[in-house]
Design a protein around this ligand. Structure first.
Ligand SMILES: [Zn+2]
Length: 271
């Protein structure tokens, strides 16, 4: 189903999950996906067509894609993979541009090139870049996200104090803390607190390890309007994080915000 034209579901989201029914009738946007091959490990269906096939099976409307190549090897080659995926499946795959902070003098032009070619957000991966979130190589990314009111998802956001400082410095950017529900509950609770207090900080559900009760606690502390469904597909299975949302003891309205309505609202601010 096309985004923005959901019809009323006939059963609850929990029932749909337990039945294995595709989530048609509910806007679902995956805010955290990797497209293309990676040298790190074997992964199936990592090209654009494979991802859309997975999306169709679970009833996902849209997926934000950033290429593994851009994160791990070459930003320009990698960003071209994301842009091509978005061109191949317009309205289904949404390209995010990735900067390489070690090529700081090239970053501004590269991000602008991607935005001009249709990218709708920016992804940072401070871990694979081995680069601090508040280092100068990322400043062009923050400035562009602020000016154009874009989502900027980052794997690694420094300390909670660092994230708070950067979020306040660039209030037009929508900062998304990748893997907010991963790691130890204690370490992520600090970041959840920042999201609860800063209007432009959001939390991404993607996580390879989740602890029982974490997700519900995150919703209670930050509010459902600050949490975005993200799977890390195809690095991890798309349905794992869907299940955490669909089966959690929160309201249907809260689930719908997290599954897609929040991110759709953020995309509308682009200027
Ligand atoms: Zn990821």
């Amino acid at each position: 189903m096309a985004a923005g034209a959901p019809t009323a579901p006939t059963s609850s989201l929990r029932e749909q999950a337990l039945d294995g029914t595709p989530l048609h009738g509910t806007l679902v946007i995956d805010n955290h996906c990797h497209v293309g091959p990676t040298a790190l490990f074997y992964q199936t269906f990592n090209d654009a067509a494979g991802m859309v096939r997975t999306m169709d099976r679970v009833g996902m409307d849209q997926a934000c894609v950033f290429s593994s190549m851009a994160i791990l090897l070459d930003m320009r080659e990698g960003n071209d993979i994301s842009l091509a995926a978005a061109r191949q499946f317009p309205g289904r795959l949404l390209a995010y541009a990735v900067p390489d902070p070690h090529e700081a003098d090239l970053v501004r032009d590269e991000l602008q090139r991607c935005l001009d070619a249709g990218a709708v957000g920016i992804k940072l991966h401070t871990g694979t870049a081995n680069y601090p979130f508040d280092g100068p190589g990322y400043v062009p990314a923050f400035e562009l996200a602020h000016r154009h009111r874009l989502p900027l998802i980052s794997h690694g956001t420094g300390t909670p104090a660092t994230l708070r400082r950067i979020a306040r410095e660039y209030p037009g950017a929508h900062f998304i803390v990748a893997h907010a529900a991963g790691g130890s509950p204690k370490s992520s609770l600090d970041l959840v607190q920042v999201a609860a207090e800063e209007p432009n900080v959001y939390l991404d559900t993607a996580a390879s390890v989740g602890y029982r009760g974490d997700f519900t606690e995150m919703v209670r502390l930050a509010g459902a309007n600050k949490i975005l469904y993200g799977s890390d597909m195809p690095w991890t299975c798309a349905t794992y994080q869907l299940g955490r949302v669909l089966l959690s003891p929160i309201t249907e309205a809260e689930k719908k915000l997290i599954l897609g309505e929040n991110l759709a609202r953020l995309f509308k601010t682009k200027c």
